[in-house]
Every structure is written in structure tokens, then in C-alpha cells.
Design a protein around this ligand. Structure first.
Ligand code: FAD
Ligand code: NAD
Length: 475
């Protein structure tokens, strides 16, 4: 007889492991199955986010930022350092150590919450039976459950005629593990991964060229933010080519030749390494047996309703394998909501207030709608903004680039969107998410006391500016 659980979670990323912990906290007998293996073939729960995504990229962004500051900004503070150098293998080893600490922490959390963990591949069969093939050898076995949560994540999109080889043409995994800064790095796609990992290697000395198919830069962001970002990244030496659709890439004599179609016809660029970051797609290979009954959309996502129910009662799906933004915090909140729904509690996700952050320098963060979205929806709004160049703390810290922009409904004053480009935008956006969750108005932000001197005063001043009464800028 197969072991029986209240909940089986397939996938141990931020969607899956968080769902499993929350289900166990709610008293449900829970198992979590994850097939990711580290370089030694051992379990490493945490999914893309902890192993080859959010965390390792931020570790390298932080290391490379220190190096960049040492070379280009410490001088302003009167600090001089002779013969600054970067030892890339040490930096990569530190990053690997951070990953190991966190994935080990997830294992401990699962154990501490009495979640049964299996390192292996899970396949959902009819009748909510899950067949597990152990990753480290041994017989395949089956588990039964009243509820199954699918959290199988996503993988990089591969484009035709550009084959990953793991050395010259790489995805995020390869670009997080270069053993030295390539002299020239081509990046296909000036999206979030391209900008973050392009920034890392640019700071460490690579000449980085980003080839972006769309005519607009960072089209998802508010246009004022993307304009400012383009200017800042150009100053840093990132060479961004818009309207450049990559047609093919071939490795010849240890160089990658990339054919690009642009306004002026076809051209060829040659790089030492090429990062392909053209988006990610849901990963469902080998997850569902033919008779599982779980339907996929025509985009390959697992079809779910707005509370993450699939087409099979008792089978749920969360995170990158379903609709919505591919973000770790969205995956985790969905996982928590599903665990609570299974336990009979009310739960709901507000997709309108999922914050986005791009961890470049300056950072970019936003929540809610952009000005162009409001315009095309015919919403009447008022806008207020404040530059960090007029914020005392930003100037003191040498972080004067960027601004805060707040958009509010012109009749009700409800905040509809906040867009920040600047130092610590990733942290500053939280206040704005909270305000929006409480359906706050720009006046609420304007009347709240913000500590001085802090970067958050720029949020305060942008709210004041919206009402024509900013103190530290002309209105
Ligand atoms: P995943 O994290 O992909 O986890 C899925 C897990 O399921 C994997 O371990 C996989 O091996 C396992 N699995 C799949 N199928 C099976 C099966 N059949 N049986 C057993 N196990 C299976 N998001 C942010 O919010 N902030 C960031 O800063 C950020 N940075 C990123 C940087 C990079 C370079 C990348 C690539 C992504 C980044 N993301 C970031 C996105 C974030 O990583 C994902 O949104 C998040 O990991 C999705 O979580 P998930 O649980 O849905 O899937
Ligand atoms: P992306 O969607 O952010 O950017 C991909 C870019 O590639 C787009 O601008 C697209 O126009 C371009 N493109 C597509 N095909 C092309 C071609 N043939 N030639 C040239 N350009 C082409 O995707 P990504 O950067 O791969 O990241 C995937 C996802 O991972 C993100 O959407 C995000 O959900 C997640 N992520 C989040 C963070 C974060 O939250 N900080 C960081 C990294 C990744």
C-alpha cells in the first residue's frame, strides 16, 4: 500500500517548499518531492530561486558592486587603494557558499516542520497518486494524497539556431559560473536577467553588448523610469542595441558569431561568451501522466483558476508553471494561499500589488500600473515625482541618480502605481505596496512622517509633489 498524505507538493522551489511548510504548520501530513541536485548529486531544495536564480545573482551583483565602487567611487571619499584586483573563483565560491547555506536551511525547515522530503522526480498519475523516482538511486515508489500541489517551475526559453553548449553559449546557470570575466560578453535580451547578469560582468571588466529585439527599452517599466535607466546603464558602459532580433549564433574558433537583424538589415557580432536570456517557459516535462487529467494552456502553463485550482479537483498548481509573473514572492504567496485553502481557510492573492524589482545599479522597482497603462485604459490620474538628487541622504551616500514617481486617481486620489529608480528601490517599494494594499491615497503617504535623513523621504516628497506642495523641489 502506498503511503497516504494530506498534501504532496511536487517541486521544492519558493512556490513548493513554502506551500509544504505552510501546509505542515496547519497540521496537514505533507510530503515534498524535489529533483534538483547540486554538483555532488545531493538534494538542494530551493528551486531555481535559491540554486541558480535570485540568490546567486544577488550574491554576484553585491560582489561586483563592491569591486566597481572600489575602482570608481571610493576615490570621491578620499579612499585610495593600490592594485585593486578581482579573483573570480573566490567570488564564485562565496556565491556557492551562500547558496549552500540557504538550501541547507530549507532542508532544515522542512525537517523541523515534519515535512517528508524525497529527492527525486515526481509524476502525477490519475487518482492523485504520485510516483517518485529517487534521484540518488533505488526503486521507484508511489505515494497517495488528498491534495497535490504542482510547483515545477520554469526553464530558459531556447531560440532557434542558438544552441546552449554550457561553455560559449550559456543560460543563467552558465553566466553565474564563469571562471573569469570574458573580454567580451554578448547578451540576447535586455530583460531582467540580461540587465542583472550583464551588469555583474560589466563591472568586472567585460565589454557587454545587449541585443534586444523590441524597439523600446524595458518596455514593462514606466517610460520615465526606462528612459532614466537607459541613460544610467549607457554611462556604465552597457552597450544596448534595441530593435535587434537575433537570428542565429555559431561557435567558431572559441568565439561566438551572432547574426542580428536590425533596422539596417543583417549584421554579425562576435563575442567570447554569449548569454541567452530571452525569457523563461513553464517546466512540465515528465510531470503529468497521460491520464492525470490536468490540462495545460496553449502557452504550456498548467491551467488554473484565480485560486490555483487545476482542471482536476484536489490538484493545485503555483509559481512559474502557471499564469502570472515569474517571480519568487508571487510563487511563495500562491503556495501559502493554496495550503490555507486546503486547510479550509480563506485565502486570496492580489496580483495587482505584486512588486517588481530589477537589481541593477540604480535599482528599479515598481508596483501597480505604469503611466502608459493608465493612458491606454483611459484612466484620469495625477502624477508626482521627486529626484534623489534633491534628497539629503542620497547625496550623502553618493546615490543621487534616479527618482520616485507616484500615480494616483485624479478623482479619488487612490494610488494606482509607484515607480522608483534609485538606490535601495527594492526596499523603498514595500511602503508603497502596503499603501496600495490598504487602498491608500497619495495624501496618506504625504501625511505620514518619514524619518530624516532617509531615502524614503523621496517617496514622501513625490506624494507631496502630486498635490503641488513638495518642499524640496520647485512644484
Ligand atoms: P522553481 O524555483 O523553478 O522550482 C521548481 C522546482 O521543482 C525545481 O527545483 C525543479 O527541479 C523541481 N521540479 C520540477 N519538476 C519536478 C518533478 N517532476 N519532480 C520533482 N521536482 C521537480 N524572482 C524574484 O522574485 N526575484 C529575483 O531577484 C529573481 N532573480 C532571478 C534571477 C535569475 C537568474 C532567474 C533565472 C530567476 C530569477 N527570479 C527572480 C525568478 C524566480 O527564480 C522564480 O520566479 C521562482 O524560482 C519560481 O519559483 P517556483 O517554485 O515556481 O519554481
Ligand atoms: P525577460 O522577459 O525579462 O526579457 C527577455 C527579453 O528578451 C525581452 O526584452 C525580449 O524582447 C527579448 N528577446 C526575446 N527574443 C529575442 C531575440 N530573438 N533577440 C533579441 N531579443 C529577444 O526574460 P529574462 O530576462 O530571461 O528573465 C525571465 C524571467 O525571470 C523574468 O521575466 C522574471 O520573471 C524572472 N526574473 C526576475 C528577476 C527579478 O525579479 N529581479 C531577475 C531575473 C529573472
Amino acid at each position: 500500500m502506498a503511503d497516504k498524505f494530506d498534501v504532496i507538493v511536487i517541486g521544492g522551489g519558493p512556490g513548493g517548499y513554502v506551500a509544504a511548510i505552510r501546509a505542515a504548520q496547519l497540521g496537514l501530513k505533507t510530503a515534498c518531492i524535489d529533483m534538483y541536485s547540486d554538483k555532488d548529486g545531493k538534494a538542494s531544495p530551493g528551486g531555481t530561486c535559491l540554486n541558480v536564480g535570485c540568490i546567486p545573482s544577488k550574491a554576484l551583483l553585491d560582489s561586483s558592486k563592491h569591486f566597481h565602487h572600489l575602482q570608481h567611487e571610493f576615490g570621491d571619499h578620499g579612499i585610495s587603494v593600490k592594485d585593486a584586483g578581482i579573483d573570480v573563483p573566490t567570488m564564485i565560491a562565496r556565491k556557492n557558499g551562500v547558496v549552500k547555506k540557504l538550501t541547507g536551511g530549507v532542508s532544515q525547515l522542512l525537517k523541523g516542520n515534519k515535512v517528508t522530503f524525497h529527492h527525486g522526480k515526481g509524476i502525477l498519475k490519475a487518482g492523485k497518486r504520485v510516483e517518485v523516482t529517487p534521484a540518488e538511486g533505488g526503486e521507484t515508489f508511489s505515494l497517495d494524497a488528498d491534495n497535490v500541489i504542482l510547483a515545477s517551475g520554469s526553464v530558459p526559453i531556447q531560440i532557434p539556431n542558438v544552441e546552449f553548449d554550457g561553455k560559449f553559449i550559456v543560460d543563467n546557470v552558465g553566466a553565474l559560473d564563469f571562471d573569469q570575466a570574458p573580454a567580451t560578453l554578448g547578451v540576447i535580451g535586455a530583460g531582467v536577467i540580461g540587465l542583472e547578469l550583464g551588469s555583474v560582468w560589466n563591472r568586472l571588466g567585460s565589454k557587454v553588448t545587449l541585443l534586444e529585439a523590441l524597439p523600446d527599452f524595458l518596455a514593462l517599466a514606466d517610460r520615465d523610469v526606462s528612459k532614466l535607466a537607459a541613460r544610467e546603464f549607457k554611462k556604465q558602459g552597457l552597450d544596448i542595441h534595441l530593435g535587434s532580433l537575433v537570428k542565429s549564433a555559431r561557435v567558431k574558433k572559441d568565439k561566438v558569431n551572432v547574426v542580428v537583424e536590425g533596422d539596417k538589415g543583417e549584421s554579425t557580432h562576435t563575442f567570447d561568451r554569449l548569454l541567452v536570456s530571452v525569457g523563461r517557459k513553464p517546466f512540465t516535462d515528465g510531470l503529468l501522466s497521460e491520464d492525470s487529467g490536468v490540462r495545460l494552456t496553449d502557452r504550456g502553463q498548467i491551467e488554473v483558476d484565480d485560486q490555483s485550482r487545476t482542471s482536476v479537483p484536489g490538484v493545485w498548481a503555483v509559481g512559474d508553471c502557471v499564469r502570472g509573473p515569474m517571480l519568487a514572492h508571487k510563487a511563495s504567496e500562491e503556495g501559502i494561499a493554496v495550503a490555507e485553502l486546503i486547510a479550509g481557510k480563506p485565502a486570496h492573492i492580489h496580483f495587482d500589488t505584486v512588486p517588481w524589482v530589477v537589481y541593477t545599479d540604480p535599482e528599479i522597482a515598481w508596483v501597480g500600473q505604469t503611466e502608459q497603462e493608465l493612458e491606454s485604459a483611459g484612466v484620469t490620474y495625477r502624477s508626482g515625482s521627486f529626484p534623489f538628487a534633491a534628497n539629503g541622504r542620497a547625496l550623502a551616500g553618493g546615490n543621487s541618480a534616479g527618482m520616485v514617481k507616484i500615480l494616483a486617481d485624479s478623482e479619488t486620489d487612490e494610488i494606482l502605481g509607484v515607480h522608483i529608480i534609485g538606490a535601495n528601490a527594492s526596499e523603498l517599494i514595500s511602503e508603497c505596496v502596503v499603501a496600495m494594499e490598504f487602498q491608500g491615497s497619495s495624501e496618506d503617504l504625504a501625511r505620514i512622517i518619514h524619518a530624516h535623513p532617509t531615502l524614503s523621504e523621496a517617496v514622501h516628497e513625490a506624494a507631496l509633489h502630486l498635490d503641488g506642495r513638495a518642499i524640496h523641489r520647485g512644484n
